[in-house]
Design a protein around this ligand. Structure first.
Ligand code: ATP
Length: 516
C-alpha cells in the first residue's frame, strides 16, 4: 500500500473511531478546521499533560501561564507580525490554484533529498555489510550532483527569503521548472505577500471599535507577562514560562488534515537567560526536546533535526524536530534562539523598562530567550501516524484475519482498560460494573457488553486500549479475570485485586516522565 493510501485510511479511521471530525460537518465542514471527538479529546489531553508535566513538574525553574487570546493590538506591531507575518503566495494561471511559493521550493528541496536517500538505500542493499556510507556519499557522482543542486538551491532560497525578494522567489520556481501539481503547467503569476493574522473588531459600535487580532502564536502572551511572572514569582535567571493555548493563522494552503489548520493549539516554553549563554541553552533544549519525543517509544529513525539556513528576523539559531509523516519528513516542533528581540521590542513600544538585575554579575540587561514551540495538533497527528498498524493474523482454523490496532503508548491511550462481561446475563454485568466502579477513580475505563468478545477486542484495538478484561463465570467463583494485552494479544488469568496496582503503574504519565 502506498503512503497516500495509508494516510487516507488513517484520516477515515480517526473519524470512524471518534478521534477527529471535520468542524461543523452537518454544514459540510469548514476548511482546515477540525473538532476532536470523544477519543481525540482524551488523547489530546494526555499529550498536553505529558508536555506540561515535563516542563512545569520536572523543572523547578519553569512555571506555567494561561494568557488571553485577545491582546492589545500594539503587541503585534511590536512583535513584527503586523508588518512581516506574511506568506509569499503564487497562483497557477491554468489551474487557478494558489500555493505558497516557499512551500513549492521546499518540496523541490525535499525531492533532491529523497533522491540522495534513495541512492544511499539502494547501495546499502547492494553492498550489504561492506557498505561504507561516508565513502559512498563523498564519491558517488549522482549523489554529489544532487547534493550540489540541493546546496545551491538552499542558499539561493535562504537569501531570497531573508531579503523578502519576491521576484527572486518566482525566478527560482521558473529556473527549477516547478510545475503546478494539479495542472502540470508552469504558467505562474507573480509572487505576492499575504498576512496570516485574523482580525476582528472589539467594542460594540464600529465607530469606537478597534481592530484586534486573534493571536497567531502563544509566545507573545508570555513575553508581555515576563515582568509580572519574574517579579511575583521572584524568579532568577535562567527560568522558563510554559503555556498551552489556541493560535490562529489564515493559512493559504491548508491541506494534509490536521497538519496545517487555521485554528490550532501550541505548547510553547520561553526560557529567559543571560545574553551570551544562548547557544549553550539552545543546544541543551534541542537535546531535551528530542528525548521527549523519543521517550514515546516509536521508531527512532523517523525523527531528525533540520537546522535552519534561513533564520527568522528575530533568531540567531533555529532547528526543527521533524517526523517522517506519510507525506515525508515535516516539522513538528521548532527550537529557536530568539535573542532579546521580543522583550526589546516590547520595551520600545510600551515604554516600560523590561530588564533583569543580575545579582551575580551586578548588572542589568534585557534577557535573551530560547524557545521550544510545538503544535499540539501536529503532535497528535505524529502520534496517530506512528501508532496506526494494520495486521494480518492467522486464525485457529488456518484462515487469515485483519485487525487495525493503534499502538499508542499506554500513558497516552484514551481508554486504559475495557471491562467486558462475557455475556449479558448470570450476574456478569453486575460483577463487571462493580469492578469498573472500583477502578474508575484511578484511570479511564470503558464498559462494553454488546457483540462477541472478539468484536469488542477489535473495537478496543482500533482506539488503542492497552488492556481488556473479561468477566466470566469463573470470576464469580474465584474473583479472577482474563486480561488481554493489545499488542501481543496474549491473555492471562489474574486476580481482580491485582488489577489496580498492575495497570495503574503502566498507564500513568509518570512512566513517560521517568524516561526523561
Ligand atoms: P510551518 O513552516 O509548518 O508553517 P512554522 O515554522 O510557521 O510552521 P512556528 O511558527 O514555528 O511554525 O510554530 C511552531 C509550531 O506550531 C510548529 O512547529 C507546528 O507544530 C505548529 N503549527 C504552526 N502552524 C500550524 C498550523 N497552521 N496548524 C497546525 N500546527 C501549526
Amino acid at each position: 500500500m502506498n503512503q497516500e493510501d495509508v494516510f487516507r485510511k488513517l484520516i477515515s479511521h480517526c473519524k470512524e473511531y471518534g478521534f477527529i471530525f471535520p468542524s461543523s460537518e452537518i454544514y459540510d465542514g469548514l476548511s482546515a478546521v477540525y473538532d476532536y471527538g470523544q477519543n481525540g479529546a482524551e488523547l489530546k489531553n494526555n499529550i498536553k499533560k505529558y508536555w506540561w508535566d515535563s516542563m512545569v513538574l520536572l523543572n523547578e525553574e519553569v512555571v506555567g501561564l494561561d494568557a488571553a487570546i485577545f491582546m492589545h493590538p500594539m503587541t503585534w506591531k511590536a512583535s513584527g507580525h503586523v508588518d512581516a507575518f506574511n506568506d509569499p503566495l503564487i497562483d497557477n494561471k491554468d489551474s487557478k490554484k494558489r500555493y505558497r511559493a516557499d512551500m513549492l521550493i521546499e518540496e523541490k528541496l525535499a525531492k533532491y533529498d529523497d533522491k540522495i536517500s534513495r541512492d544511499i538505500n539502494k547501495a546499502k542493499k547492494r553492498f550489504g555489510a561492506d557498505f561504507d556510507e561516508q565513502q559512498f556519499v563523498t564519491t558517488n557522482p549522482r549523489v554529489l550532483a544532487n547534493r550540489e543542486k540541493l546546496d545551491n538551491l538552499n542558499k539561493r532560497f535562504a537569501r531570497a527569503m531573508n531579503d523578502s525578494d519576491l521576484k527572486e522567489l518566482k525566478q527560482i520556481i521558473i529556473d527549477e521548472e516547478i510545475a503546478c501539481p494539479v495542472s502540470g503547467s508552469k504558467n505562474w503569476t507573480d509572487v505576492r505577500q499575504f498576512n496570516l493574522m485574523f482580525s476582528t473588531e472589539m467594542g460594540s459600535t464600529a465607530e469606537g471599535a478597534s481592530t484586534i487580532y486573534l493571536r497567531p502564536e502563544t509566545a507573545q502572551g508570555i513575553f508581555v507577562n515576563y515582568l509580572n511572572v519574574q517579579k511575583t514569582g521572584r524568579m532568577k535567571l535562567p527560568f522558563g514560562i510554559a503555556q498551552i493555548g489556541k493560535a490562529f493563522r489564515n493559512e493559504i494552503v491548508a491541506r494534509q488534515f490536521i497538519f496545517r489548520m487555521r485554528e490550532f493549539e501550541q505548547m510553547e516554553m520561553q526560557y529567559f537567560i543571560r545574553p551570551g549563554s544562548e547557544l549553550e541553552f539552545f543546544e541543551n533544549w534541542k537535546q531535551r526536546r528530542m528525548k521527549w519525543h523519543k521517550a514515546l517509544g516509536f521508531n527512532e529513525d523517523d525523527y531528525r533535526f533540520h537546522d535552519h539556513d534561513k533564520l527568522a528576523h528575530y533568531a540567531n539559531a533555529a532547528t526543527d524536530i521533524e517526523f517522517r509523516f506519510p507525506f515525508g519528513f515535516r516539522e513538528v516542533e521548532g527550537i529557536h534562539s530568539r535573542t532579546d528581540y521580543d522583550l526589546g521590542a516590547h520595551q520600545k513600544y510600551s515604554g516600560k523598562k523590561i530588564q533583569y538585575f543580575d545579582p551575580e554579575h551586578n548588572e542589568s540587561y534585557t534577557p535573551f530567550v530560547v524557545e521550544t514551540s510545538i503544535g499540539l495538533d501536529r503532535m497528535f497527528l505524529q502520534i496517530v501516524t506512528a501508532a496506526y498498524h494494520e495486521e494480518t493474523l492467522k486464525k485457529d482454523d488456518g484462515k487469515e484475519d485483519q485487525r487495525v490496532v493503534m499502538k499508542l503508548p499506554p500513558a497516552l491511550a484514551p481508554v486504559k482498560l475495557a471491562v467486558l462481561p462475557l455475556t449479558k446475563k448470570d450476574n456478569l454485568p453486575e460483577k463487571a460494573r462493580k469492578i469498573m466502579y472500583d477502578l474508575k477513580f484511578d484511570f479511564n475505563c470503558q464498559y462494553e457488553e454488546k457483540d462477541s468478545i472478539g468484536r469488542r477486542y477489535r473495537r478496543q484495538d482500533a482506539i488503542g486500549t492497552p488492556y481488556c478484561i473479561t468477566i466470566d463465570h469463573q470470576t464469580l467463583k474465584d474473583d479472577t479475570v482474563t486480561v488481554r494485552y493489545r499488542d501481543s494479544m496474549e491473555q492471562e488469568r489474574v486476580s481482580v485485586e491485582s488489577l489496580r496496582e498492575n495497570i495503574k503503574e503502566k498507564v500513568d504519565i509518570t512512566t513517560l516522565l521517568k524516561k526523561l
